[in-house]
Design a protein around this ligand. Sequence first.
Ligand SMILES: Cc1ncc(COP(=O)(O)O)c(C=O)c1O
Length: 421
Amino acid sequence: MNSLNEQFSQRLSVLEKEYKNYLEEPMDLNITRGIPSVNQLALSEPMLGLLYKPEDFLSQGNIDIRNYGELTGISEAKELFSTILGATSKETLIGGNSSLSLMYLVLTSKLFTSPSSWNAEKSVKFLCPSPGYDRHFSMTEKLGIEMIPIKMDENGPDMDEVERLVSKDAAIKGIWCVPTYSNPTGIIYSDEVVDRLAKMKTRASDFTIMWDNAYAVHHLTNDTRVAKNILAACKKAGYPERPWMFCSTSKITFPGAGVSAIAASEKNIKLLSNELSYQTIGYDKLNQMRHVKFLNNSNQIAKHMEKHASILKPKFDLIQKKLNERFKESNLLTWTNPKGGYFVHLTTLDGCATEIVKSLDKIGVKVTKAGATYPNGNNPKDNSIRLAPTSVELADLEKAMDIIGLCIEMISLKKVILVRN
Ligand SMILES: Cc1ncc(COP(=O)(O)O)c(C=O)c1O
């Protein structure tokens, strides 16, 4: 055995001993869930008491928001959400408590009820920049749409590959994008990527960009750069009907009790309103008004998000500190250092991620299943782990990071030794 292998083996036996101790006394730590912490939820509690005077129940001074109506949302909410999404009020529709259900609505209407329904075609495919958001992929899978993984780098999806594929295959009907603080890598799409998505020639005349801006205002630092506006870019390129932009207050106020919104061309919004009219007479306008009164305008949203950041930043900083301490000088792991959003993404040595996640699970530390952020849960390189640190307390996160570091180092060293022998 050469001396480097000896060093690795010695280090491995130290790590294995440490791991055995944890096996005897397992933890109970869960960092799988990209949800706000209790302290973050408390920031929005004052919103619940904002409607109490008779005039609070009126939109534009005369529409009773306690009653049916206003299918596309109250105008005050359209104004507020159009500023988050970068559209006009007429290009904005306010949904219920979930942007995911708006995404589902767009896809099902294109598949089943639009005049040129996709379902009538032999096959329907979607580009899935990966790693990406697992629920986008499970929705796509459920709807029977074939998923084509696309590599991601620090600027967004691999646009050479995207352009090559969409130019030759009419069955490719769209692409999923999380343009600002992408889930899970935290990257922001570059201007060039946005322009290329807007301008590219596609064989499918109804190519659709699902632009999920779930983290549009979720900054952790003073650097508040966001992705360029895809609707404006598509209009300029002559494809105004291509993008659908989504957002919600799930991670601004309350997940499950927030408000979602969609922005698209006026023509698309009219089509979607018609579609919606068969499902509901109108969403919860009281909640829309609560959000309008609480969040008010972009300055107030920014101030509110600074409060979230002051709770979240120490957690993200702790992850960087812990990973730097253990892996800065090694080539066993690389990781992201996002300036916003909800996740840190780890790239392990190839073939190690599943084993690392399993070894963590055995000692009571739950992280998102390896591969979950790839179409069909399948990452051929098996090298991707998503950390979701927002909901855990700092002290628990510190314990979890020690154990995560231990398992990554242990499994990776085993792999290195195996390969070298
Ligand atoms: C990229 C992305 N989109 C959408 C959602 C869910 O949004 P909503 O609660 O509005 O359905 C999440 C939640 O984690 C997300 O990460």
